[in-house]
Design a binder for this molecule. Structure first.
Ligand code: ADP
Ligand code: MG
Length: 293
């Protein structure tokens, strides 16, 4: 049987858009000292838009967008959608691609007219041991400092273009971070995005600790490492990639608009997709405690 006080607190939470899947998660929330937030789609809206393009080797910018859209033809990633939307808006002729393959947290590849093309971020370039040339490198540097995510277009072994994508912090992210820190909670950001983008977003939101360039398969290890330091850790995330970290954490919190897998892996769901609701979870948990004793 559910103790009456706990049932009441859970009902209060539900009214505020905080769904408690696992009652133990709500119990444990008051012992937390560290909250790890995923960046894309959790602290930010995860709605990318293409804001700048740079190319190498005289490749036309519009052609670069069309090629990237073709290679991303099969991907559900927000970056892929933004590239396809950009090609559509410019009414570019998107070439036909085949043999789509995605590599989680890295990028995608496909064939166009028998040639191999790829689109992906720094993690993909690292994996292929490729480096962008001078022009693309300094473009990526500039854009990264602005907090824009940069992905590259690669033909065989040549990095031919770079695309900068902008995303916005959610409205209440800054306030959530500030309030948690005032309550003595350490706030950490975790992302598969690059170091410079992570730094720009963290600085904007007042976050002092972050992990960048984390591959999907390593996210739960980062949570474990924090736990091994004796910290009590909550993970807040939205993506398929976040599911193992949500399960690993002492308290897993999913953004309601996130993927099904993330929602199923979490003890608590934020129906309104607002990071500030994490502050409310901590309050609810303490309230729960006071009523129990
Ligand atoms: P995050 O951890 O920030 O939520 P992901 O793990 O989904 O994001 O992706 C991490 C990085 O991998 C992206 O910033 C991008 O560089 C690259 N990436 C992943 N999927 C794609 C794709 N379909 N197209 C281009 N780049 C991609
Ligand atoms: Mg995410």
């Amino acid at each position: 049987a559910v103790p009456l006080v706990l049932a009441n607190t859970t009902a209060m939470g539900a009214k505020a858009g905080i769904l408690v899947h696992d009652r133990m998660a709500l119990e444990e929330a008051r012992t937390l000292d560290t909250i790890v937030f995923d960046k894309t789609g959790t602290l930010t809206e995860g709605e990318h838009s293409l804001v700048a393009i740079e190319t190498a080797e005289d490749l036309d910018r519009n052609r670069a967008v069309a090629l990237a859209a073709a290679v991303e033809g099969d991907s559900e990633h927000m970056i892929a959608r933004a590239l396809r939307r950009a090609a559509e808006e410019e009414e570019r002729d998107v070439p036909r691609a085949s043999g789509f393959e995605a590599s989680k947290g890295r990028g995608v590849r496909a064939e166009i007219d028998g040639t191999q093309w790829r689109v992906g971020g720094p993690n993909m370039l690292d994996g292929l041991d490729l480096e962008p040339g001078e022009t693309l490198y300094s473009f990526a540097q500039d854009q990264g400092e602005k907090g824009h995510t940069v992905v590259y277009l690669v033909r065989n072994e040549a990095v031919l273009a770079a695309f900068a994508m902008a995303d916005r912090p959610r409205e209440d992210s800054r306030e959530a971070v500030q309030r948690l820190r005032e309550e003595g909670i350490s706030v950490v950001m975790m992302t598969g995005d690059s170091e410079d983008v992570a730094r720009a977003v963290a600085e904007d939101l007042g976050i002092e600790e972050w992990f960048a360039g984390v591959l999907p398969e390593n996210k739960d290890d980062r949570i474990r490492a924090l736990q091994e330091q004796g910290r009590k850790v909550a993970m807040v995330g939205d993506g398929i990639n976040d599911a193992p970290a949500l399960s690993r954490a002492d308290v897993g919190i999913a953004i309601g608009s996130g993927t099904d897998v993330a929602v199923q892996s979490a003890g608590i769901i934020l129906v309104r997709s607002q990071p500030f609701d994490v502050v409310r979870i901590l309050r609810l948990s303490r309230l729960n405690r006071r009523k129990m004793v």
